[in-house]
Design a protein around this ligand. Structure first.
Ligand code: NAD
Length: 498
């Protein structure tokens, strides 16, 4: 048991909050104040084993496997209703946990029920298929649940990201073990109360909190896990995929990005400037979708950048709980220090720091983890700040002259998550969208997301989709059944049948 006076969160296994086997807890720090504000169980392999066993048992339990697909859909809709009633609490919780603005978390969690409703709709709409083989066969395809899904999520939008995985997995009849980030565990644990109240049977969703080394690795290695659905950094995703390969377990990887946001000479420059700000400074750049490489056509370079800088000059940095704040803190101290290192590296490698660049510690911001919105110019494609994901409010700006040149530069990246294109020319818009190596391309908008639209990256940004029908089908396995309808005697056993 914990001896702290702070609120304490236990793990959630088989429908109950239980203490971790070895009784260890971690402090969770509010990044706006730098102070611990709750403790969360620091679980380990024994707890993971209990959770996976609970999920396996639930998989075939009458309470879960006995539900019709339509009943599963109704259950997910009840979860959606419960989450709608808790939206404000969850928004507050997440803002205190990772420093995301309250206006942002209110929008995010006001929309949370839509994710559950969307997947609820699919519960009874995924059909099999009869395929046209020759002869007297009936050959049909079944979409089956995969089994126990391990959902491993990061800290930057934990309830939202976990919901995409859990709701899609449940819609298709799977069971789940969730591993939240050790930085932000409370929101997902609170969400379990809503699932419980809605009537999700015990063991169907379990949550084991703790570090990647203690909980994440044990979950990935557990023989009772059938699919790993991971969102997080590329290095972690690579390590997970290697481990999963040893057990031949499929993985869905939603990884990092270093996304290009391209402004052509015919763009609406005010909208483009807003799109650049939204891309890199919303959420303090702590978004996988961060448009951290901005390519500006020479003809509009100064005009667009002047607009960005003018808007950023009076940006309100501060307490994420205040309605007027536009940029909050970085989610945790070690991450802030990593961002500050990148700013130093950018300067050492010769980029021009033309805006911001450093920690902000005026007044009460001093105890929190604040980094000034930062712009680098005269950046080359080879520089570290152009190649690596920083996951903070640091923008690299690069000039270009031709469409061919900018497509080549934009695609010259290990990553391929998203891209922005700003142009009024419809031919160019589609042509460039088709040429870019990115799983999502936004034309004259940025950071537009919906559970209805598949999302997922190419290259080092991962593989597999979340959202849309594609995201639902990722949570199924496809089985082909051949039935010989003929009464004729079996023919030559030494040749292949058809
Ligand atoms: P991270 O990779 O450090 O951690 C993600 C999760 O993996 C955490 O729960 C962590 O505890 C766990 N983990 C760490 N090591 C593990 C291991 N060896 N085995 C199993 N689990 C392990 O990432 P982060 O810092 O929490 O999140 C930021 C990253 O997430 C960024 O790279 C960002 O781009 C990415 N992200 C991607 C998307 C997307 O949809 N593509 C969305 C949000 C965030």
């Amino acid at each position: 048991m914990s001896t702290t006076t702070l609120p304490t969160y236990d793990i959630f296994i088989d429908g109950e909050y239980v203490t971790p086997a070895d009784g260890r807890y971690l402090d969770s720090i509010n990044p706006a104040t730098g102070k611990a504000w709750y403790q969360v169980a620091s679980a380990g392999a024994v707890d993971v084993d209990r959770a996976v066993r609970a999920a396996r048992a639930a998989l075939t339990s009458p309470a879960w496997a006995g539900l019709t697909p339509s009943a599963r859909g109704r259950l997910l809709r009840r979860v959606a209703d419960g989450l709608a009633a808790r939206a404000e609490d969850l928004a507050l919780l997440e803002t205190n946990d990772n420093g995301k603005l309250i206006r942002d978390t209110r929008a995010l969690y006001g929309n949370l029920p839509l994710i559950w409703e969307y997947f609820a709709g699919w519960a009874d709409k995924v059909s099999g298929e009869v395929v046209p083989t020759v002869g007297t066969n009936l050959t049909y395809l079944r979409r089956e649940p995969i089994g126990v899904v391990a959902a491993i999520v990061p800290w930057n939008a934990p309830i939202n990201l976990a919901s995409h995985k859990i709701a899609a997995a449940l819609a298709m009849g799977n069971t789940v073990v969730v591993k939240p980030s050790e930085i932000t565990s409370a929101g997902i644990l609170e969400m379990m109360k809503v699932l419980d109240e809605a009537g999700v049977p015990r063991g169907v969703v379990n949550v084991v909190t703790g570090t990647g080394a203690d909980v994440g690795e044990a979950l990935v290695a557990h023989p009772g896990v059938d699919l790993i659905a991971f969102t997080g950094g590329t290095a972690t995703g690579t390590a997970i995929a290697k481990k999963a390969a040893e057990r031949h377990v499929p993985v869905l990887l939603e990884l990092g990005g270093k996304s290009p946001n391209i402004v052509f000479d015919d763009a609406n420059t005010s909208n483009a400037a807003n799109g650049i700000i939204s891309g890199i400074f919303a959420a303090g750049g702590q978004a996988c979708t961060a448009g951290s490489r901005v390519y500006l056509h020479n003809a509009v370079y100064d005009e667009v950048l002047d607009k960005v800088k003018a808007r950023m000059s009076d940006i309100r940095l501060g307490n994420p709980l205040a309605d007027e704040t536009e940029i909050g803190p970085i989610a945790y101290e070690a991450h802030m220090n990593r961002i500050l290192d990148y700013i130093r590296i950018g300067q050492e490698e010769g980029a021009d720091l033309t805006f911001g660049g450093g920690r902000v510690s005026d007044g009460e911001l001093g105890s929190g983890f604040y980094v000034a919105p930062t712009i680098f110019e005269n950046v080359t494609s080879q520089m570290t700040i152009t190649r690596e994901e920083i996951f903070g409010p640091v923008l690299s700006v690069i000039r270009f002259d031709s469409d061919e040149e900018v497509v080549r530069q934009a695609n010259d990246s290990a990553f391929g998550l998203v891209a922005g294109v700003w142009t009024q020319n419809v031919n160019r818009a589609h042509r460039i969208a088709h040429q870019l190596d990115a799983g999502t391309v936004w034309v004259n908008t940025y950071r537009a997301l919906s559970p209805v639209a598949p999302f997922g990256g190419f290259k080092a940004s991962g593989h597999g989709k979340e959202g849309g029908e594609s995201g639902v089908l990722e949570m199924t396995r496809l089985k082909t059944v051949w039935v010989n309808l003929s009464d004729a005697p079996t023919n030559d056993p030494f040749i292949i049948q058809k």
